[in-house]
Design a protein around this ligand. Structure first.
Ligand code: FES
Length: 102
């Protein structure tokens, strides 16, 4: 696994949400309810951007058709859509990022 730094930890305050496109990885880093999560930037249903998705109770709701995906597993809560990619958040020094397969 290799660490891909995304931002300085001090910048990631409550309500933070930012999209990153790095090579073939397109993801959103977000902090809501005191929890930092990283997930795929587009909905697996019809590729709506999740930048405006509502997060509540560990789930993100796509703004287009309101499909809900677990931010822990990426699974669609109703089970009939492909999962949303979830990335492992990692910290090194004063930076926060994700772990990627090497
Ligand atoms: S595009 Fe996200 S639920 Fe349909």
């Amino acid at each position: 696994m290799r660490f891909l730094p995304l931002d300085k930890l001090i910048n990631v305050q409550e309500g933070y949400r930012k999209r990153f496109k790095i090579d073939s990885t397109d993801l959103i880093l977000s902090k809501e309810n005191d929890q930092i999560v990283a997930f795929g930037a587009v909905c697996p249903h019809q590729e709506q951007s999740l930048e405006e998705g509502h997060i509540e109770g560990g789930v993100i709701y796509c703004p287009r058709h309101q499909f809900a995906f677990s931010l822990e597993t990426g699974q669609h809560t109703a089970g009939h859509c492909r999962p949303l990619p979830i990335y492992e958040v990692h910290y090194e020094g004063n930076e926060v990022g994700i772990l990627l397969e090497s």
